[in-house]
Write a protein that binds this ligand. Sequence first.
Ligand code: SF4
Ligand code: SF4
Ligand code: SF4
Ligand code: FES
Length: 949
Amino acid sequence: MSTSTWRDLGTPKRKSEVFVDLIVDGVEVSVPEGTSVMRAASEAGLSIPKLCATESLEAFGSCRLCLVEIEGRRGYPASCTTLVEAGMVVRTQTSKLAKLRREVMELYISDHPLDCLTCSANGNCELQDMAGAVGLREVRYGFEGKNHLDAPKDESNPYFTFDASKCIVCSRCVRACEETQGTFALTIDSRGFVSSVSAGQKESFLESECVSCGACVAACPTATLMEKSVVEQGQPDRSVITTCAYCGVGCSFKAEVKGNDVVRMVPDFDGKANRGHSCVKGRFAFGYATHKDRITKPMIRENISDPWREVSWDEAISHAASEFKRIQEKYGKGSVGGITSSRCTNEETYLVQKLIRAAFGNNNVDTCARVCHSPTGYGLKTTLGESAGTQDFDSVMDMDVAIVIGANPTDGHPVFASRLKKRLRQGAKLVVVDPRKIDLVDGPHVKASHHLKLRPGTNVAIVNSIAHVIYTEGLHDKQFIQERCEKADFDKWVGFISQEKNSPESLEEVTGVPAAEVRAAARLYAGCRNGAIYYGLGVTEHSQGSTMVMGIANLAMLTGNIGRPGVGVNPLRGQNNVQGACDMGSFPHELPGYRHLSDSVTRELFESEWNVSINPEPGFRIPNMLDAAHSNEFMGIYVQGEDIAQSDPNTQHVTSALEAMECVVVQDIFLNETAKFAHVFLPGASFLEKDGTFTNAERRISRVRKVMDPLSGKADWEVTVMLSNALGYPMNYTHPSQVMDEIARLTPTFTGVSYKKLDEGSIQWPCNEVSPDGTPVMHTVDFTRGLGKFMVTEYVPTNERSSRKFPLILTTGRILSQYNVGAQTRRTENVVWFDEDRLEIHPSDAEMRGISTDDWVGIRSRAGETVLRARVTERVQPGVVYTTFHFPESGANVITTDNSDWATNCPEYKVTAVEVEPVTQPAEWQKKFREFSEEQLNHLAKAAEAERV
Ligand code: SF4
Ligand code: SF4
Ligand code: SF4
Ligand code: FES
């Protein structure tokens, strides 16, 4: 079990080639220039008392507890704000310093409730520790004078409390909110004795700009800002380092546990993806893991109109296996398949695709990346040679210009967004390409230099016009292109891109973005030292998603922005393990490590390890599975941790396909929308209940460690093993580490990966003989494919266009507090911030239709109709409406169409032509949905009832 080795050294680490030698308490120390005396002492193993300083924040120098003596200097300087100088001789422990520190502490304690024994921070309080460290034995000042002991508590945040009576006004919280999170929600109000911490304009935390990231809580040295879970459950007694199971940032956390209960999740300072920060989801929204809706017993039923029946694991597994066998006998070998989960571990995903290829004997395996980042895999593999982002997150701190395209990091990838904002506050520049005014466009102390507010569906036109400017104005990196890229492809591309039809002026009409703005953005990116592109689903979920990814790779190669820190092509991948699910061979045409099935050498490698023959023909993608179900060719499916009935486009097509199947096996922690169409339900385990690994958007493989026993008695990988054995294909793993060893044996980019290695810290693949410690930055000398390949990216408008009947374009996105289909976050206090999907509409479009905020509006597309409440806002441009998709009843995917990316079938979620009008009742689909859901919940309740009887 790995535990964090982090020790607070007081002030941040400095990077410098120049080292400074000094003597602290007789010990010779050598530290980088710019280091504080406090940190130098800490690095020498000495500790100076401190309260307002902490390693994650710049020194502030307010508490005066860290005073030291420096030879040749008058007075007693604060060691946290004093920088080292060559030859300095520092004393940290003298009788004079001890007296001064005791006096400082005495003042603090004289205005502090002396309730240590009943305080929630007892045993884990820096104020308490410092009182001990300075040897405070008596407090000469009584509580009779003015004090803050009756200061009110703010309990408005659902996850933490603010008890002002315990505040020592050290300002760590204020600085954490500014420096670490970048929200600037807190201030120190007034001065002197009456100064106090204030959220917003003297608002409660909940009413303020606070996004509940918890950085202030982590920074607070007292019990003033404290997790409510700690107040209620007490201090934890053990901790386990694990990885967040929400988004693709992959934050590392210390799960702090008391008995078998997680008391709190504390971001790990040693975590290389998050560097000690987190967002509201990973930090606080873990209550779903023990929510009463968890299903912990296997269940089966004949028909979806029947009540569920709780059964033993053996019965459920043998029933599922015999059904799959029966279907294969009746309809053929290719009539069954499965979907792997981007929420589950690498090992679990690997086992599901292995089961399908080895036990089902076909390649009918796909994953939810089909509906999100499959174009990233295709586009980057084609141009650069590897289906993954090129950088680590640390790289953003070396970036000078960032282009953020079709991504909303402050909501979707919040911890990365905080680091991006930090770099922008240091002076880096930002270009946002998005139809909507995302927070980064104009946030606290961050403002985009250019917001290219394009029309949805015109990404490729924009990327082409940027490339056109760079090439025709001679701003490209000729040496890089000559040395690193295929000449013939580049020449062909030049012939295409330099055509006038690709100029910003020619495309202005199409994109809606003024040509001068495009030219200025292109010059900014091409003219900087390090330019980085970050993108999200606003790039991939289009009919030209793969084209756009290749256009982005073209831009990076054109400007030589690839192969070193601060640059690159960075897909912000959505789910915790979507990168891993792709790496593990979840696609119907690829074995693990993105090797095509038609490659006989790779196939033979797997065949000999697995002792089966592998079909060289690719299997069905998800949309093919659904189509084949409608024609009785695909009749059984094993879905692990994925909710296609909510997350895939054209909901009615998906649900009717599920209804047509004879055996739907769903493995999940809740009865999700897909499970309502299932015949076998296998209870899943949350990330807290199992061992394994996740791979984040930086290709970083991080350990997931078991914190509590699985509520159902089995981790997901164990269930897949049982099912495979029941199907007649033996799997004998007793621990996920054995699965990782097999992956490493069979996958060149994972050769050096093992649990032993991962216990030393997370690793970015490729990790092999060439890069034994992993690869933070890819394509440094050569591209994975050798030379980079420029691809012609002709702009082809989507078929989905606005018309008189459907004059608006609907686009979709996420919100910070909810996560994807919302199955987890809807079951937490996060609903306080967001409890329903809304339709954002521009005031001019709203006025034309007589719509006000909070009105119910019907949204009709060529595919279907749903009803949501409206929010009138200038965040969206005229002609564009926007919604999130976190609540099943919203039916966002009832209206999205069947259009998809030409190369990968990734659905075109981001462009749907719609009309919007005021309505007074739910859509027909919603009425049916409610009825069906109620019926299914009754079937579930009957299972539990029968069990009780
Ligand atoms: S709330 Fe905590 S961190 Fe903030 S000023 Fe008070 S004691 Fe310091
Ligand atoms: S929780 Fe985060 S956003 Fe809210 S006040 Fe604290 S640091 Fe700022
Ligand atoms: S940023 Fe993503 S990985 Fe990090 S805590 Fe938030 S949801 Fe989890
Ligand atoms: S720790 Fe240095 S002044 Fe507070």
